[in-house]
Design a protein around this ligand. Sequence first.
Ligand code: BGC
Ligand code: NOJ
Length: 830
Amino acid sequence: MENKNFGYFDDKNREFVITNPATPFPWINYLGNEDFFGLISNTAGGYDFYKDAKFRRITRYRYNGVPMDNGGRYFYINDNGTVWNPGWKPCKTPLDFYECRHGMNYTRITGSKNGIEASVLFFVPLKTWAEIQKVTLKNTTSEKKTIKLFSFAEWCLWNAATDMENFQRNWSTGEVEIDGATIYHKTEYKERRNHYAYYTVTNAKIDGYDTDRESFIGLYNEFADPQCVMAGKPSNSLAHGWSPIASHYIEVELAPGESKDYIFMLGYVENAQEEKFSAEDIERKKNGTLISSQDSDVTLVNKAKAKALIEKFSTVEAVDAAFAELAQMWDALLDKYVVKSDDERLNRMVNIWSQYQCMITFNFSRSASFFESGVGRGMGFRDSNQDLVGFVHQIPSRARERIIDIASTQFPDGGCYHQYQPLTKHGNNDIGGGFNDDPCWLIFGTVAYIKETGDFSILQEPVPFDNEPGTEVTLMEHLRISFNHVVENLGPHMLPLIGRADWNDCLNLNCFSWDPNESFQTTENNSEGSKAESLMIAGLFVVTGKDYVELCKQIGDNAEADRAQKCIDSMVEAVKKHGWDGEWYLRAYDFYGNKIGSNECEEGKIFIESQGFCTMAGIGLEEGMVDKAIDSCKKYLDCEHGMVLNNPAYTTYHVEMGEISSYPAGYKENAGIFCHNNPWVIIGETVAGRGNDAWELFRKISPMYLKDQALHKVEPYVNCQMVAGKDAAKPGEGKNSWLTGTAAWMWLTVSQYLLGIKPTYDGIMIDPCLDSEIKEYSVKRILRGTEYDITVKNPNGNQKGVKSITVDGVAIEGNIIKATPGKHVVEVVM
Ligand code: BGC
Ligand code: NOJ
C-alpha cells in the first residue's frame, strides 16, 4: 500500500492522514484563507499571524530548533501523573493511537492514551480573525476519569524580526490582561499599536491560568515538561515583560463513555485610535475580576470586538456550523474543474491537492512556510503573478485585487519592485528591483484573469506607480510599459538584458561578489556596460508578448498589436540567430558577452529555463529546434526524479555568474531538480505533440506519483520547490515545500496543456496532449457561469490532435467552444 509508513490519502474527505507522528520532516498545513492565518504541523507546531508574517506575527515560533519543530499550540493532559499531548509532541509520551488529518484549511489531530481520547480540530472560520481549536475529550473506559487539561500558546511581540533579536527591549515590554477565561496580549498597545491578541475558552470556565513563560515552564524545563503541567497545578502567573504566554487550566471530569467539547479561540483585534481603551474595565480592575500587568487604569484594552466574537463562537453548534461553511466553500472552489479518469492519482491531484496548493501559494507568495521564515520575503512580483494563474478560477475577484496591488508597485519605466509587503502593499526597499523578467509576468497574470472572467474592465482601472497617489494610468498602460521594458533593454545580440537576474534569482551576471557578507540578491550591480543577456527572458517575452498582441486585438488596438508583433518577430529572429547552440537554446550571455549554457562551456553546458520558454514559445519549431531542444533535455537533464536545472553542475565558484555557482552540485539553482521549471518543458513537449514524454515528466514531478516518501522527506501531498538532483548526495530528497511557483505551473500544465481544457477570450479551447495509454476521461469545467461536461475519447491512442467535437450533439468546426450560457455536453474524439 502506498505511503504505508507515514500516512495515506483519504480522497472522500479531501484529507491526507498521517498515522505516524515521527514523519521524516514536519508535515504541515495552512489554516485560514484571508487575513488571519496559521501554519500547523502534524504535531501541532507552528504559529499564527494576521496578513503579514513579519509585521503581525501573533504567536512565537523558533525556526530551525532542536528538535526541529518546537513550539506551537499545545494541549497537555495530566492524567494522574501521566502527561501527554494529543499530537504526541512535545512530551512524546507514546500514544495508544495517533492520527493527524490535514484537510482543506483545517487540521484534526487525535491522540489517545489510557482510555482518554483527545481530538483537536484546528481551523479559522471564514471572514474571522481567529483560530478555533475544538478540543473533544472522551472517556472510553468504564471508570470515571478526572484529568487536568492545560493549553499553551506563546505570544510573539508582533514584529517577527525584532522579536528574535532585540532582547534588551523585548524582555521589558510584555503586557497582558486576564479577564475570566480570556488572556489578552497587549504588548505595545498603550503606545503605537492599534491591535491586541487574545486566547480564550469560549464555552467553559477555567480553573487557573498562566501568562508568564518561566513561571509556567520553568527556566530549566522544556516544552516537554513544563513545571506547572508536571505538578498538575497552574501558577496563575502575571507576565511583566520577559516572555508573555497564554495557558488555561481546566479540571475535567468524564463519566464512563462521556465526551466533552472545549472551544478554545486565539484571536486578533484592531481598534480605532479613539476606541482603543476601556472605561468600563477600570471598575472591574478595582474589584479584582480583571487583572492587568500594568498599574495604569487608562491602558485597559477595549475588549468589545473580542467579546463579540467569543460570544459568537461560544457554542459547539456555532463552531460546527462555521466548520461546515468552510467545507462548503471548498466544495464550491473545487467544483470549477473536476476530472474523472481511471488514474486515481491524477484525479486526486487535479481535483484536490493541486488546487489547494494554488490557493496557499496565492495567499502567501513566498513569505511563510517551514522553509520561509516569514521575515525575509513578502509577496514576489513575478511569484504572485504566476500564483494567481493557478488560483484565478477559484475566486476571480481576489485575483483581480491582487493584479491591481502588484501593478501599483511598478515604476514608470516598467521596472518593478521585486517584492512588496502584504500589510502595506508597498514595494520592499530592502530588496529593490532590477530583475528584468518581472514586468513580463504582469502580462501573464492579467491575461489569465481576463480569459477566466471575460472582465476587460480591469484594463481601464487607474493604477499608480510606486503607490504614489496622483500618478495613476490605466492597467493597460502598465501592460504596455511592461512589454516595452524588455524592448527598451536589449543587449548587443538584440536579446533582453538580464539586469540583476531573470527568473533564476541566482544567475547574477552583473553582481561580481567577493564579499560573503553581501546578499547576491541585493548587492549593488555592475550593469554599466554589461552585455549580459537572457534567453529565458527572450522566450518569456515571446510567450507573453503573443498574449499581449492578442489582447490588443481584442480591445481593437490593431496598431499596437502590429507594433508589438514586429518586436516579437525580431526577438524570434534574434533567438534563432544568436540564441541557438546547435542542439539546444543557449541560456545567456555574460557581462563580457561570453556564452552561458553552451556546448563550448566546461560546466553548465545546458540549462532548462531557456529550453522550457523557447520551446513553449515555439521558436524555431519549423526548423526542428523545439524537438532538438527537448531531446537534449531528455539526454542531459533528465533523471529518475525529474529534470535538473543545468548540466554539468558547477563545481567551482564563478564570480561572473553569482549565486548559482555558490550552491553545491545538485542543489537548488545549481543542478537541483527545480520543480518550477519542469512544467515549462512539459508544455514545450505538448507544443511538439510529444504526449508520452510530457506525461512521463509530469508523473515524475507530481507528488501524487511518489514512490519513496521517506526519501522525499517533505510533505507527499504538495509540490516542493526543489528535489535534490542527480549530482547531489541524496538524489530525490525534497526541500522547500509548499510555497513554490511549481504549484501554479503544474496546475496550468495538467489542466490546460495535458487534459487540454483552456479558457480563451471566446470560450473554451479543447487541445489535449495525451499519453497514448489514456483512452478516455471527462472534465467538468465551469467557466464564467457556464458548465461544460466534456468527455474526451482517444480510441486510437493518439498523443495530440482533436478529430471531432460535438456540443450538445451538434458537430462544431475547429476546437473552440464559444461561450453560451447554460450547461453543455461536449464530446471530443482524438
Ligand atoms: C534562492 C532562490 C530564491 C532567492 C530569493 C536564493 O538564495 O536560491 O531560490 O529565489 O534566494 O531571495
Ligand atoms: C524562488 C523565487 O521565489 C522565484 O521567484 C525564483 O524564480 C526561483 N526561486 C528561482 O530562482
